[in-house]
Design a binder for this molecule. Structure first.
Ligand SMILES: Cc1cc2nc3c(=O)[nH]c(=O)nc-3n(C[C@H](O)[C@H](O)[C@H](O)COP(=O)(O)OP(=O)(O)OC[C@H]3O[C@@H](n4cnc5c(N)ncnc54)[C@H](O)[C@@H]3O)c2cc1C
Length: 345
């Protein structure tokens, strides 16, 4: 009997799988391999700062420490590169914003992440008030992370490409049965699809559609990501991601003309170079009602667990909260109540 069955191979399920392997626990990971899911579409950026207030985002210090430790080790294990440490330039809209950034860079809880010296000019960027540099930011190439992980798990006989119907899993007091195999526990990492999961009736997700574009922008520096009314992230080969939109009404996974126009309009606020749109993608973020992750156990089925609610911050949340969930199951260590599934029960 294997220890775990993980259902869903986005960043939540894949990260859980690596973390289980790190502890010598056995598992099968099942994913139906859609062309796009929230993880494959994601820009994959991490940033510990909330720009609006220039404060730390939720638990940023511990999440960043875990992220910096976890992803490079997986890169090594898989023999690939998907972590890109890329500083971000905040393009200032006003003189006041510039002064506030410099003040916070000199003394504040976030000063370790802000450079005191503003950057005045980058070719192709409209920045009459200059730009503030955020240090310690970067992005994960999520497609590379997921695809190389699937290949690795498949080569170890622990990956199954399939869409599971809830009725296919048979629960007994001692194990869960699926496809002729037995597992001690099941962890559901289904992203926004979890809204239909009968084992988590109290789950309060607020799925949020997001769209982004891939652009080719000849002549723009590849050394920085940029943030103003849109975010711009360099991918190499003169390509950049421009993102992202937020939509709580349209729950289709189709890309829309409205989002494309909005993104390009926002970009025109600070980009003054010509570009070509080369791709347009959409996904549904599994955001939670209170914008915190959701981990814990089912209230109606023993041995069924969930990891969800990663919202806009899957890259920062996944390493730390997958560890917390495993600690709670394997060692009985209490889950932090602000992220516990039990807060909704
Ligand atoms: C446009 C956009 C931009 C984003 N940018 C960022 C960013 O810059 N930084 C960041 O940190 N986050 C970003 N995000 C958010 C991030 O993508 C999410 O937090 C994260 O991907 C959620 O991962 P997940 O594993 O919970 O869900 P998903 O990625 O949706 O994965 C769930 C998987 O489970 C599979 N599944 C579900 N049910 C079953 C079943 N019954 N059987 C088999 N398989 C099943 C699904 O098909 C899917 O493959 C962005 C999201 C979008 C849409």
């Amino acid at each position: 009997m294997k220890n775990y069955l993980i259902i869903g191979g986005g960043i939540a399920g894949v990260t859980l799988a690596h973390q289980l392997e790190n502890r010598n626990l056995t598992f099968d990971l099942v994913d139906n391999c859609p062309k796009y899911n929230s993880t494959k579409v994601a820009a994959g950026f991490w940033n510990p700062i909330v720009f609006k207030r220039l404060t730390m985002s939720f638990n940023a210090d511990i999440l960043m420490a875990k992220l910096k430790d976890y992803y490079p080790k997986v890169e090594q294990k898989l023999g690939t590169k998907f972590v890109h440490n890329t500083p971000q330039l905040k393009v200032f809209s006003t003189k006041e914003e510039r002064h506030r950034f410099i003040d916070k860079a000199i003394v504040s809880e976030v000063s370790q992440f802000l450079d005191e010296e503003p950057i005045e000019k980058i070719e192709g960027i409209k920045a009459p008030f200059g730009m503030g540099k955020v240090i310690g930011t970067g992005y994960i190439d999520t497609v590379e992370y997921i695809e190389k992980s699937f290949e690795y798990f498949e080569s170890n006989g622990s990956f199954i490409n399939k869409k599971i119907d809830y009725s296919e899993i048979e629960y007994t007091p001692d194990y869960a049965g699926f496809s002729g195999k037995k597992y001690e526990k099941v962890i559901y990492c289904e992203g926004y699809h979890a809204v239909h999961n009968p084992l988590f009736p109290e789950l309060r997700l607020k799925p949020t559609k997001g769209e982004l574009l891939i652009l080719e922008i000849p002549g723009l520096s590849q050394d920085f990501a940029f943030a103003k009314s849109a975010g711009l992230i360099p991918l190499g080969n003169q390509q950049f991601i421009v993102g992202s939109t937020y939509d709580w009404e349209d729950m289709t996974e189709d890309s829309t003309e409205t989002a494309r126009k909005k993104l390009l309009y926002n970009l025109s606020d600070f980009l003054e170079l010509d570009y070509k749109v080369i791709d347009h993608q959409a996904g549904i973020r599994p955001s939670s009602f209170d914008r915190r992750p959701i981990i814990g156990k089912s209230s109606v089925q023993v041995n069924a667990y969930i990891m969800n609610g990663l919202g806009t911050k899957g890259v920062m949340y996944a390493p730390f909260y997958s560890d917390m969930l495993i600690d709670s199951i394997e060692k009985g260590i209490a889950i932090d109540e602000v992220v516990d599934y039990g807060r909704m029960v």
